[in-house]
Ligand binder design. Structure first.
Ligand SMILES: *[C@@H]1O[C@H](CO)[C@@H](O)[C@H](O)[C@H]1NC(C)=O
Ligand SMILES: *[C@@H]1O[C@H](CO)[C@@H](O)[C@H](O)[C@H]1NC(C)=O
Ligand SMILES: *[C@@H]1O[C@H](CO)[C@@H](O)[C@H](O)[C@H]1NC(C)=O
Ligand SMILES: *[C@@H]1O[C@H](CO)[C@@H](O)[C@H](O)[C@H]1NC(C)=O
Length: 458
């Protein structure tokens, strides 16, 4: 409400006064291009006329216009009035320089209204050229530059950040160019290890709110990293068709794989080599040695060794033997069978118990006593129940028989012992009573005491 009123008043004022000098608060121009600074007088008075207009830059007079006396501009090669008229005296600056940045004030004398002025901030910017490259290095323990990112000739200065999982240090240098632009060179420095090879790294240049991401991959050259695969600690006389594989990583990729024995003796006649794989056609005493694989790339060579033990007989406890596999399978089958049995028993018991609980919680109307003809399963259930109920039974036996039970009643609710006539009630209260007592004498006192225990227990 207040807002609308304010606007209304301002509007009213404008209509009444209806005169103002219009300039832009802010103008941005690109280096070497041009910028236009508007300045116009708005009035309801048809007869209002600019009698003189002067543009100041940071307080200094740079251009003057008078309908009577003409135009005077300091740097007329680059600065002009654009179609000056009785009400408008815009200024154009061409071939923008960084030094053109500043506060421009348009000051006009209006006849007959008087003097008006307005100020515009002119910013000169330059979009930088961004580039990045990796510096290929050789693994070592000296920290060195592995990637460089350049943002050249930007204004205002750009910002450079790096994103990578490889820990390192950043050094960034800025050069203030004579044209008012800035050049940034940022280096990413690490102590190059072979694990950094091929890792991703991104240089992000931020300028004028825009981000430019340049993704790269590090390149660290290193001598091959070698491992030997294929020995299962169960090499024995006369075993056939085993092999050792020489795995190697390297930058540049390894070119030469050389298999030898560690002690310098020639390779046994029962092995043959094909590139990175050493095949053992049939094992004999000569294979009982240490094999060495040496891998070479442009950076250097590295070797790995595999000690081999040739046994007289197969190692039956070894995980790789057929016997071991069969034994393992049998053991697994037995284990599965045991687990399955246990699970089945547990499930059966839970089913019995939940069935009982359901009956209890459903309440009297839902309960239906099982027909006496199919008693056999419940007999079994009772036996399970007996097992579960051992502790309460024990309690009754060790105390002063029946006398104790009702008095020391461990029930949370005070349930009285029902007489034989109260069978129905007891059934509703505890269905187990029914299940257990039907085949036996319900009037037996000991049974009654015993019968209560399920309620205690459940
Ligand atoms: C970064 O520089 C610090 C100080 O010069 C140095 O201790 C550290 O090891 C460098 N970090 C890496 C990853 O090179
Ligand atoms: C370069 O420009 C920045 C930002 O304008 C300024 O802070 C710095 O002092 C300048 N450096 C040199 C050497 O002129
Ligand atoms: C292999 O050498 C080991 C000792 O290094 C020895 O105990 C074993 O008997 C040798 N095996 C054969 C088949 O000669
Ligand atoms: C058989 O191989 C296993 C596992 O490789 C090893 O622990 C065990 O010592 C070997 N048995 C013999 C007799 O060498």
């Amino acid at each position: 409400m207040q807002w609308q009123l304010t606007f209304l008043l301002i509007g009213l004022c404008e209509v009444l006064q209806a005169q103002e000098l219009r300039v832009n608060d802010k103008v941005t121009g690109n280096l070497l291009q041009e910028a236009l600074l508007p300045c116009s007088f708005v009035s309801a008075d048809q007869n209002a006329r600019v009698s003189q207009a002067i543009w100041f830059k940071d307080g200094a007079n740079i251009a003057a216009y008078s309908p009577a006396l003409g135009i005077k501009v300091k740097d007329s090669d680059r600065i002009q009035f654009v179609n000056p008229s009785d009400t408008s005296t815009p200024l154009r600056i061409t071939k923008l320089l960084a030094s053109d940045e500043g506060k421009y004030t348009c000051e006009v004398s209006i006849f007959p209204e008087g003097n008006f002025k307005g100020t515009t901030q002119l910013n000169v910017q330059a979009v930088p050229q961004n580039s990045a490259n990796v510096v290929q290095v050789v693994a070592g323990d000296q920290e060195m530059t592995v990637a460089t990112c350049t943002s050249a000739n930007g204004r205002p200065p750009a910002q450079i950040t790096w994103q990578t999982s490889v820990p390192g240090n950043v050094t960034t240098d800025m050069t203030n160019n004579t044209d008012g632009t800035y050049t940034l060179i940022s280096n990413y420095r690490i102590t190059p290890t072979w694990t950094a090879d091929g890792e991703k790294i991104t240089c992000t240049v931020t300028h004028d709110g825009k981000e430019t991401a340049i993704p790269l991959k590090l390149s660290v050259q290193y001598t091959p990293v070698v491992t030997i695969e294929g020995y299962d600690d169960n090499w024995h006389l006369n075993r056939k068709g085993a092999s050792l594989t020489c795995n190697a990583q390297g930058n540049p990729p390894p070119t030469i794989f050389k298999w030898t024995t560690a002690n310098g003796s020639p390779l046994p006649p029962s092995v043959h080599v094909n590139g990175k794989i050493l095949y053992v056609d049939q094992m004999d005493e000569n294979v009982n040695t240490t094999f060495k694989c040496e891998v070479t790339n442009a950076i250097g060579s590295r070797a790995s060794q595999q000690e081999v033990l040739v046994r007289e007989k197969p190692n039956s406890s070894g995980a790789g033997t057929t016997g071991g596999i069969i034994g393992g399978i049998i053991a697994a089958i037995v284990a599965v069978a045991v687990v399955a049995t246990v699970l089945m028993i547990c499930r059966q018991q839970r089913k019995n118990r939940t069935a009982k609980e359901d009956e209890e919680f459903e309440g009297p109307p839902a309960y239906k006593p099982p027909p006496p003809t199919i008693k056999r399963p419940t007999e079994e259930a009772k036996e399970e129940e007996l097992l579960e109920l051992k502790p309460p039974i024990h309690f009754i036996e060790t105390t002063d028989e029946l006398q104790m039970t009702p008095n020391k009643d461990p029930l949370p609710m005070n349930i009285e012992f029902p007489s034989a006539a109260d069978d129905d009630y007891l059934e509703q209260l505890n269905p187990i009573y029914n299940e257990l007592s039907l085949p036996e004498s319900a009037s037996h006192k000991e049974d009654q005491g015993f019968m209560m225990s399920p309620a205690v227990y459940v």
